[in-house]
Design a protein around this ligand. Sequence first.
Ligand SMILES: NC(=O)c1ccc[n+]([C@@H]2O[C@H](COP(=O)([O-])OP(=O)(O)OC[C@H]3O[C@@H](n4cnc5c(N)ncnc54)[C@H](O)[C@@H]3O)[C@@H](O)[C@H]2O)c1
Length: 332
Amino acid sequence: MKNFGIFGCGNIANVHAMAIRSISGAKLVGCADVVMKAAATFAENYRIRYYDNLQHMLQDPEIDIVCVCTPNGTHAEIAIEVLKADKHVIVEKPMATTTIDCDKMIEAAKKSKGKIMVISQLRMSNSVVRAKEIIENGQIGKIILCSLSMPYYRSEEYFHNSWRGTIKMDGGGALMNQGIHGVDLLQYMVGRAKKIKSIVKTLAHNIEVEDAAVCALEFENGAVGVIQATTAVNPGFDREIRIYGTNGCIFLRENKLEKLIIDGEEQAGELFIAKGNANDAALVTEEEHAKQIRRFVRALEGQDYDYVDGPEGRKAVEIIERIYWAGREDRD
Ligand SMILES: NC(=O)c1ccc[n+]([C@@H]2O[C@H](COP(=O)([O-])OP(=O)(O)OC[C@H]3O[C@@H](n4cnc5c(N)ncnc54)[C@H](O)[C@@H]3O)[C@@H](O)[C@H]2O)c1
C-alpha cells in the first residue's frame, strides 16, 4: 500500500484525490496548504488528516508519496523538499517554470530514495496511446508535417487576483500553463525540436505572460511543424493536433482520434472519445490522472511500468522556454 499526501488544496487537488481513491494499493491519508483553512476544508471533504505545513507532512512516516498541486512557480522548491525527505513526488504540470529548475529537481531525485513523476495525463488517453503506437510502427511513414492548434479562452476574471498570468508563479501563459499538454503531446509523438522560430505576444489580457503565440519548428527527425496558441479567443475552440507522414496521417481533436489514414486508406472504427476539454480546466476528469498515478504506484512496487520521470517531464518545458527565447525580440 502506498500512502499519499497532497500539498496545495485547490482545483486540481480534487482530481488527484479522486484519482488516488480509484487505485487499488493507493490511499490518500493527508493534505496541507499554505492556507490552513483550505487544507482543513479539503481534509474534511475527503475524511483525511491535515498538517499545518509541508515539513509536518514530510515528517509523517506514514506518507510515501506527495502530490504537488500548487502554483507552477512553487513546484521545484516543494518537489526538492519532498525528495530531500526521501519521499516520492508527483508534480503537476508544468514540471517547473524553467529548465534550470527542472534540472535541480532531476539532481535532487538522483540523490534521493524518492522518485519523481510529472503529470502529463493526456499521454494516457486512448487516442494518444493509439497514435503513438501507429507512429512508432511506421504506419504513417516518415513524418513530414505537423501542427498543434490551441485557440482557447480564459476570461479576465480567471487571471484577476491570482497567481495565474504572473511570470513568477505561472511562468508563462497560453503555452506554459494552458498549452503545455498540447506541446508535450506533439513532442511525445513527433520528437525533439532542432530549430524554433516564434512570435510571442500579450494581446488581450492585462497579464505579464503571453496570451498569443505562433511558432515554426524543425524537428530532429527532419519533420517541420507549427504551433499556435492563445487564451484570448471567445468562446474558445478545440485543441487539434495533425501529423502527416509519407504514408498517411493522424488527426487528434481534443481526446478524440478524428482521422486516421494508413497507406492512403481511411481507417474506420478507430475513433476514441474521452471526457475533458482543454478549453475549460474545470472539465479535467480524474480518469487519465488515475492511469498515470497507477503506473507510478505499480513501478514503485517493482512492476515493469514506465512513467513520465524528470527528464521526460522536462521536455515540454524546454520547448516552451525555447519558444519564449526565440520570440523575445517580438515581445512588446
Ligand atoms: N493536469 C491538469 O490538467 C491541470 C489542470 C489544472 C491545474 N493544473 C496544475 O495544478 C497546479 C495547481 O492548479 P490549481 O488550478 O489547482 O490552482 P489553485 O489556485 O486552485 O490551487 C492552488 C493551491 O495551492 C495553494 N498555494 C498557493 N500558493 C502556494 C504556495 N506558495 N505554496 C504552496 N501552496 C500554495 C493555494 O492556497 C491553493 O490551495 C498548477 O501547477 C496547475 O498548472 C493541472
